[in-house]
Design a binder for this molecule. Structure first.
Ligand SMILES: C[S@@+](CC[C@H](N)C(=O)[O-])C[C@H]1O[C@@H](n2cnc3c(N)ncnc32)[C@H](O)[C@@H]1O
Length: 243
């Protein structure tokens, strides 16, 4: 299995990464790291992913997985294996290292690649999740088309960014307040762009341009709290069972 994973990684890298990897971690304003002091948001996001997607066990993908911030709690919560896909191999190597420390390395796999050209067969993925990544893709519309292609009919994808609907309200309010203050600070322009990318209108525009047949945009964005969804914006999409 390990050899097969390595082979898939290498193939994915050679075929797809060079044309799309220019966007690595660009455009993120500084100051995001300080938000970690508010507490870990990923396990709350995982709960929303499971609640909205109701996935079948099987082939699950964390797209733009980074260090497995979503993949790791998703495995711990469900015991289903997860494949990380990301152009940043060092980040995923760190995720694999953490998985070994937590004794779940046999359930976490890494594939080097990009959303815009996923090295997966059509109609094969039972759940695709992606947090904090679409905003960095070179071509989000092509990425969403790819998500739709790889999903199994009847399966869901949950893509976007945010803290999770059950992230404690006080911490959510503090997060939003910190970001609003940054819109007035020295990096105002970059924060403005950050907020513009993470708004429901932008998500709606990408989904419509990708001609997704069945989707819902959830949440009100990066600096607005939705009573149901908390802070953030998400695209919930379903591949119709009989396309
Ligand atoms: C802010 S990190 C998010 C990491 C993690 N998912 C989380 O929730 O904390 C964004 C990730 O998107 C990845 N990324 C950038 N461009 C990408 C692309 N075209 N396709 C897939 N992932 C991409 C980056 O390498 C990075 O690991």
């Amino acid at each position: 299995m390990r050899r097969l994973t390595l082979a898939v990684c290498l193939l994915g890298y050679l075929v797809t990464v060079p044309q799309y990897a220019s966007c690595l971690e660009t455009a993120a304003p500084t100051g995001l790291g300080g938000e970690a002091s508010l507490g870990d948001r990923h396990r709350f996001v995982v709960e929303d992913m499971l609640r909205f997607c109701q996935p079948e066990p099987g082939f699950w993908v964390d797209l733009g997985a980074g260090r497995g911030q979503v993949a790791l709690p998703l495995i711990e919560r469900t015991e289903n294996p997860v494949i990380m896909l990301d152009p940043n191999e060092q980040a995923m190597a760190k995720g694999l290292e953490i998985a070994r420390e937590r004794d779940i390395a046999h359930r976490l796999f890494a594939v080097v690649g990009v959303a815009e050209a996923m090295p997966f067969p059509d109609n094969s993925v039972d759940l695709l999740v992606s947090r904090g990544s679409i905003f960095f893709w070179d071509d989000p519309v092509q990425g969403l088309r790819e998500v739709h292609r790889v999903l199994r009919p009847g399966a869901h994808a949950y893509i976007g960014g945010g803290a999770g609907s059950r992230f404690p309200r006080e911490a959510t309010e503090r997060l939003v307040q910190m970001r609003r203050e940054r819109l007035e600070g020295p990096e105002a322009e970059r924060w403005q762009r950050f907020v513009e990318l993470r708004c429901p209108e932008q998500m709606e525009a990408w989904a419509a341009a990708a001609e997704l047949p069945e989707y819902t945009v959830l949440g009100k964005g990066a600096i607005t709290i939705d009573p149901e969804m908390g802070q953030g914006v998400w695209l919930l999409l379903k591949k119709p069972s009989n396309p």
